[in-house]
Design a protein around this ligand. Structure first.
Ligand code: F6P
Length: 320
């Protein structure tokens, strides 16, 4: 394979730049030409390609976001536009495409693979919602950001004897809430994978108060089945305790990537190029038990993420 492309799509995630850098530099090292495609599938449809050299990816490793920009493409949901995109790639002579993004990005990649493009999927999303890999690029940085926020919120929450509800990202997957809840010492986490039990939540807060706890930190994933303001009202009404909401929102997507995200991005990028160089069919790349792995692209989309019941239970035990 002589010519490959790389794009980032969907929500940006810290560590995407490390993956882009590895794809470009490893690709060049194998004697390939590497095209950077701007704004994900939108840029692909518009032919927004630029030839990358070693220095085009210099000084980007420590930066959050993605130097290739990202987008969510409504056009790419339609067959006629996917046909068009495959045509654009063929016009440029690009036979292999590295896509960095989440499940929507992978679904788009699978459609391109059906049209004869070899596609390598790299998991880039802070949500950690792809079941075939232990971690996705950006997750570690996002949780680190959430932890920093929790530490700051503790200061003010305890000074005022309040309950603070922190809404974090995660539409289908509660991992950001779960990991930050465990490492941040939260009293309770609400995640999309568990049934809503508002009574248990309020009992937990009241129990804490009886035992002399000054305040409570509750982490709520955005995908848990209750609107956050409604939750605040319910908790305040049923515990009688001053309750505040903090929505961390896009703050979680920014910032310099952690060691784990830089290395995951770099190793996945290198693996994608290695597979393309060795004429592998389309794959999804990830990390399982600290090893870089690859699975069929289609299978990757069907593997269900197992809920970490043990972590969920531990949060309860440790915060009694
Ligand atoms: O990247 C995933 C995610 O952060 C979700 O948790 C969130 O709901 C979504 O992206 C929002 O992204 P946008 O508004 O950029 O589409």
């Amino acid at each position: 394979m002589n010519r490959i492309g790389v794009l980032t799509s969907g929500g940006d995630a810290p560590g995407m730049n490390a993956a882009i850098r590895a794809v470009v530099r490893c690709g060049l090292d194998c004697g390939m030409e590497v095209y950077g495609i701007e704004r994900g599938y939108e840029g692909l449809l518009d032919g927004d390609f630029r030839l990358m050299d070693r220095y085009s990816v210099g000084d980007i490793m420590h930066r959050g976001g993605t130097v290739l920009k990202s987008a969510r493409s409504a056009r790419f949901m339609e067959d006629k536009w996917v046909d068009h995109a495959a045509g654009v790639l063929k016009t440029y002579g690009v036979e292999g495409l590295v896509i960095i993004g989440g499940d929507g990005t992978f679904r788009g990649g699978l459609e391109l693979a059906k049209r004869g493009i070899t596609v390598m999927g790299i998991p880039g999303t802070i949500d950690n919602d792809l079941g075939y890999t232990d971690f996705t690029i950006g997750f570690d940085t996002a949780v680190t950001t959430v932890l920093d926020a929790i530490s700051k919120l503790r200061d003010t929450s305890s000074s005022h004897n309040r309950t603070t509800i922190v809404e974090v990202m995660g539409r289908q997957c509660g991992d950001i809430a779960l990991f930050s809840g465990l490492a941040g010492g939260a009293e309770y986490v609400l995640v999309p994978e568990k049934e809503l039990d508002l009574n248990a939540l309020c009992v937990k807060i009241m129990d804490g108060m009886r035992k002399g706890k000054l305040h409570s930190i509750i982490i709520k994933a955005e995908g848990s089945p209750i609107e956050s303001n409604e939750l605040v009202k319910y908790v305040q009404d049923h515990t009688g305790k001053d309750t505040k909401l903090v929505v961390l929102s896009y703050l979680q997507r920014g910032g310099s990537p952690t060691l784990n995200d830089r290395n995951l991005g770099t190793l996945c990028g290198a693996k994608a190029v290695d597979l393309l160089h060795n004429d592998s069919p389309s794959k999804a790349i990830g990390m399982v038990d600290n090893h870089i792995i690859s699975v069929e692209l289609e299978d990757a989309l069907h593997m269900k993420r197992e809920f970490k019941e043990e972590m969920y239970r531990l949060i309860d035990v440790l915060s009694k």
